[in-house]
Write a protein that binds this ligand. Structure first.
Ligand code: SF4
Ligand code: SF4
Length: 108
């Protein structure tokens, strides 16, 4: 069965594109969180299907689309895609940059 990863991934709008996380692929190693140079990511409170805490975007506005989270993830569970530039989407909270409604599968 071919799975449309983009359709099932959580997605956050960031200034230069989007950050995607396939939560149930994540093994909770925390590399992406630890090595993000802008502290964009944190460990989510909830668990994924494997019983790990996946990363989530907590400060979308700080993301510089460096792609390091994608590069360092051993399980290809997080990736970035460049998109339109400019201000954050209207659904974003300007204080913490968290998305409030956008997403393929429940991104907050
Ligand atoms: S693209 Fe860079 S700044 Fe953005 S979340 Fe990933 S590691 Fe952090
Ligand atoms: S680097 Fe990959 S596997 Fe590790 S916590 Fe981040 S998304 Fe999950």
């Amino acid at each position: 069965m071919i799975v449309d990863e983009k359709a099932v991934a959580k997605r956050w709008r960031v200034p230069k594109g989007h950050v995607y996380v396939l939560e149930d692929v994540c093994k909770g190693c925390g590399f992406c969180i630890e090595f993000c140079p802008r502290k964009v990511l944190v460990q989510a409170d909830h668990y994924n299907a494997k019983g790990y805490h996946p990363p989530e975007v907590v400060d979308a506005g700080a993301c510089v689309m460096c792609g390091f989270c994608e590069l360092i993830c051993p399980d290809f569970a997080i990736w970035t895609e460049k998109g339109e530039t400019g201000k954050l989407a209207s659904g974003m909270n300007p204080d913490d940059g968290r998305p409030t409604g956008e997403g393929g599968n429940g991104a907050r």
